[in-house]
Design a protein around this ligand. Structure first.
Ligand SMILES: CC(=O)SCCNC(=O)CCNC(=O)[C@H](O)C(C)(C)COP(=O)(O)OP(=O)(O)OC[C@H]1O[C@@H](n2cnc3c(N)ncnc32)[C@H](O)[C@@H]1OP(=O)(O)O
Ligand SMILES: CC(=O)C(=O)O
Length: 529
């Protein structure tokens, strides 16, 4: 078997709404895809867009690909135009790539209505373009646009396009589900039928699936199971409309489920890191629920799952997450059982195996607190503080004790609004009072508290509040609404999240702030928490 992993993130992926790669982005994406071990990188359409033309020009000197070859994408010659004088075809040759992939119409309805030409002329366009590319020293691939729709409508015409491409010297002819309307059974049936009708074996064909039925990955796998060895994908499934077959899901399924070797050794383990780096470049928030590589792909919330995972993680994971470079996580929420608390604590470095009473107490507290609006799922630091405060001989040292705090908000005549906070705390036996101003009540409280603590804990100045999320939770059954605050704090590349809940937003923020500084001080002091 000679599987061809053909990535089109830089061409079809760029057709996704919201993506606009710069040339520098494209070069960076190509390097990451090469590191992931794909065999072909379709870089764009030279001659159609100046950025793509520049990408291929710069790639000649700036890309040193180890695994992949670069592919220029374009269309067959225009109807009624001599191939040698077609400017788009010339741009494909000038791109200087070893492989060129041209899109060809293979549905007679598109030939007649969109191209406004005849079936015969379209066949000539395919033949002329492929022959010209091959004569220019290129390996030619042909993407048959609307292959499946065309084949269902008029199998003979679509098959004649496939044959014309091969007769002219194409190395691969790719069956494209351009409108993305197919289901796996339709793909399987069409491949059996076209191979029988043309006498061309499936291993000479390729597959390219759009995701309009949410079946792009399944359709691609179905094609490979039917014998196809060339498959086109995009990183994270980026692409026109709902996108394309996700490269990471496709290669993971093929390697891990079907046992096919499609990537060089040692590459699949890079999937999670490379997927998220590519999302960063595309400026699209990573999909946490993406199969295999999402942050939640191996995150377990249900207590019953955790109790089985405690015995053997594979009882509730379809593969070992490390094979795609991902990690398993246990989420602690109202759905937790004692096993969830034990596993999550272990993840945080706390062994509760010998503390059944602590497990029972923490489980009950988590459930009770979550019932009143708390959420520990995204607030590991608050959860860890809760566990530590319940351990026998609690080792948690609170860095200060609060006597009181007060916040004022002043709206001045000139329209400015200033907040002022005063905190009174006891730190290592000393009573300290500090006042500070801020652009809001929480900012003022944060400043005042830090000022009160800074002589004793100078490291506080390296802590940075990086995110502040507020959610009002509607009351029910006659109870009042409560506010939940999630606070993210960063310190030299590390970050942690704490939570506070109260009917009063300032008090909810204060709780999250105190946990944040307590956790951070323990983390940065030589003494462990
Ligand atoms: C299924 C896919 O996703 S294929 C990839 C599609 N990607 C893109 O379209 C992105 C880049 N496209 C572009 O920059 C522009 O559309 C261009 C440069 C390619 C063409 O722009 P224009 O010359 O202004 O033409 P326009 O986009 O209006 O129409 C496309 C032309 O190509 C012709 N055409 C369409 N498909 C093919 C084909 N497979 N082979 C030959 N000609 C084709 C159309 O008949 C039309 O010809 P006409 O100008 O004689 O009417
Ligand atoms: C070629 C391509 O992107 C398609 O047919 O969907």
């Amino acid at each position: 078997m000679n599987y061809q992993v053909f990535d089109t993130t830089l061409r079809d992926g760029g057709q996704r709404e919201g993506i606009s790669y710069t040339v520098a982005d494209k070069l960076a994406v190509a390097r990451l895809l090469d590191e992931f071990g794909v065999g072909f990188i379709e870089g764009g359409w030279p001659g159609a867009m100046p950025k793509d033309t520049e990408f291929f020009e710069r790639a000649k000197t700036e890309l040193d690909l180890k695994n992949a070859v670069l592919v220029a994408f374009g269309a067959t010659r225009k109807a009624g135009v001599d191939v040698a004088s077609d400017a788009q075809v010339k741009a494909l040759i000038d791109a200087g790539t070893p492989v060129v992939c041209v899109v060809a119409k293979s549905d007679i309805r598109h030939v007649e209505r969109a191209l406004r030409t005849t079936g015969d002329e379209n066949l000539n366009m395919v033949r002329d373009t492929v022959r010209h590319l091959v004569a220019s020293g290129k390996r030619a691939f042909v993407d048959c646009e609307h292959f499946f729709d065309g084949f269902r409508h008029d199998p003979s015409y679509t098959a004649s396009v496939v044959k014309a491409a091969f007769e002219a010297g194409a190395e691969r002819v790719v069956m494209c589900d351009t409108n993305g309307g197919m289901l796996p059974s339709m793909i399987t049936e069409a491949i059996a039928s076209v191979t029988q009708k043309t006498g061309i074996s499936a291993d000479k064909l390729g597959i390219h699936c759009q995701n309009d039925t949410a079946c792009a990955v399944a359709n691609t796998i179905a094609a490979v199971e039917a014998g196809v060895e060339h498959f086109q994908c995009t990183a994270n499934g980026y692409g026109e409309r709902p996108g394309n077959a996700d490269l990471f899901a496709v290669v993971s399924n093929l390697q891990l489920k079907l046992g096919l070797k499609v990537l060089p050794d040692g590459c699949l383990e890079k999937a999670t890191r490379i997927s998220s780096a590519l999302a960063e470049i595309a400026n699209i928030a990573p999909d946490t629920h993406q199969a295999y590589v999402g942050a939640a792909a191996f995150a377990h919330k249900a207590g019953l799952h955790a109790s089985a995972i405690k015995v053997d993680p594979l009882l509730y994971n379809h593969v070992d997450p490390s094979v795609v470079g991902n990690d398993m996580r246990i989420l602690v929420t109202e759905m937790a059982g004692r096993a969830s608390i034990e596993l999550k604590s272990r993840e945080l470095g706390l062994d509760l195996a010998g503390h059944p009473d602590t497990l029972t107490t923490v489980t009950r507290k988590v459930k009770d607190l979550e019932a009143t609006g708390w959420s520990f799922e995204a607030a590991d630091a608050s959860f860890e503080l809760l566990v530590r405060s319940e351990l026998p001989g609690a080792d948690l040292i609170r860095p200060f004790n609060l006597e009181s705090y007060r916040v004022l908000v002043e709206h001045r005549e000139d329209g400015t609004v200033i907040s002022e906070a005063t905190v009174k705390v006891r730190v290592r036996g000393e009573r300290v009072i500090a006042t500070a101003e801020g652009n809001g009540p929480v900012n003022a409280l944060d400043e005042a508290l830090r000022s009160a603590l800074q002589n004793h804990y100078p490291q506080l100045k390296t802590f940075e509040l990086t995110d502040f999320k507020v959610r009002i939770l509607e009351g029910s059954h006659g109870t009042n609404a409560v506010t939940r605050v999630l606070l993210e704090t960063g310190e030299r590349g590390r970050d942690w999240t704490t939570v506070g809940v109260h009917e009063n937003i300032v008090e909810a923020s204060w709780t999250a702030l105190v946990d944040s500084l307590t956790y951070g001080l323990a983390l940065t002091s030589t003494k462990a928490l």
